[in-house]
Design a protein around this ligand. Structure first.
Ligand code: IPM
Ligand code: MN
Length: 351
């Protein structure tokens, strides 16, 4: 039996309601396996801007630093999206959190569900055997390089900068993940154009000597985008930079049939952060419509990370049972449609 302190940053839009389902499930796990989870809530994103003017208030960051894990909902609000002059944005909260906590690796597993292949935009035979992990670098590259405007604001720039150290630690994670899976690692980059990508290739090639059992491949990102649609089953582990990983993981997430199914973890330091891949879906907020499965599976990744692997497996099994039952939220176009809350209850009941 163990005790864990979990910081809950439920954020904006549908964040709070999907997190609520995740907590229900975690409480059931605690009860069933005899653990204690203590949840402390703190604001982040647009909600935090409204309350304090800061998308990541100091108290929130402090809470995260002293917790065992961070359970994160989603952030973003449309009122900031089309305002290029906004100085403070919800997204800055998430980016600062990643940077401050040293969460340099973002792991995004993508797998098809047999019973949901009809939801995939791809033909069922193309979905067969799709099971990949995208390892996205999360605290470097163009997201964090120097940016600004020159010439009276008429020229804008964002710099993509990577150091050998940053590349080595994320690629190492890619090799190790591949070793635990099907033994294939694909480095995705734009080495035909970008100098930073050429450094990624150089470093990765050197490191390959330490991993003789891993089959290493290289692919340009434009081709990778196409291959993810044409033949997604060819991929085992993809390792890539921050922005390419952002784009490719959103693209791959719909292969499974719904963005509402896919979890992620951000790790690298003592405390990991666990969150659904999807955004805050402001139009759907507060309507009991959002799919909580991505968040609940993120809770399972959190338990794995805390060393509670059989507990994480129990959650994944419960989710499968419910998905197989034909019940689901509207995005799954199920035989029997249920709301966010009921979906959470069904998964708790299946545990
Ligand atoms: C993600 C999101 C974030 C990102 C945004 C909200 C800053 O799209 O986690 O993928 O681009 O990293
Ligand atoms: Mn994204």
């Amino acid at each position: 039996m163990s005790n864990f302190n979990i910081a809950v940053l439920d954020g904006d839009g549908i964040g709070p309601e999907v997190i609520k389902q995740g907590i229900k499930v975690l409480n059931q796990v605690a009860y069933k396996f005899g653990h204690t989870f203590k949840f402390d809530f703190a604001p982040v994103g647009a909600v935090a801007i409204d309350q304090t003017g800061n998308p990541l208030p100091d108290d929130t960051l402090e809470l995260c630093k002293r917790s065992d894990a961070i359970f994160f909902g989603s952030i973003g609000h449309p009122r900031f999206d089309n305002d290029p002059t906004a100085k403070v944005r919800p997204e800055q909260g998430l980016l600062r959190l990643r940077k401050e906590l040293g969460l340099y690796a973002n792991l995004r597993p993508v797998a098809g569900y047999k019973e949901l292949t009809h939801l995939s935009p791809l033909r069922p035979e193309r979905m067969e055997g799709v099971d990949m992990l995208i390892v996205r670098e999360l605290t470097g590259g163009i997201y964090f390089g120097e940016k600004g405007r020159r010439d009276d604001g008429n020229t804008a720039y964002d710099t993509c900068l990577y150091t050998r150290m940053e590349i080595e630690r994320i690629v190492k994670m890619g090799f190790e993940a591949a070793g635990k899976r099907r033994g294939k690692l694909m480095l995705v980059d734009k080495a035909n154009v970008m100098e930073s990508s050429r450094l990624w290739r150089e470093v990765t090639r050197e490191m390959a000597a330490d991993y003789p059992d891993i089959e290493l491949g290289f692919m340009f990102v434009d081709n990778a985008a196409m291959q993810l649609i044409l033949n997604p089953a060819q991929f085992d582990v993809i390792v890539t930079s921050n922005m390419f990983g952002d784009i490719l993981s959103d693209a791959s997430s719909v292969l499974a049939g719904s963005l509402g199914l896919l979890p992620s973890s951000s790790v690298g330091s003592e405390v990991g952060m666990f969150e659904p891949i999807h955004g805050s879906w402001p139009e759907g907020a507060g309507q009991n419509r959002a799919n909580p499965v991505a968040t609940i599976l993120s809770a399972a990744m959190m338990l794995d990370h805390l060393g509670l692997v059989k507990e994480g497996d129990a959650i994944r099994k419960a989710v499968n049972t419910v998905l197989e039952s034909g019940k689901g939220t509207e995005d799954l176009r199920p035989k029997e449609q249920v709301g966010t809350d009921e979906m959470g209850d069904l998964i708790v009941a299946a545990l």
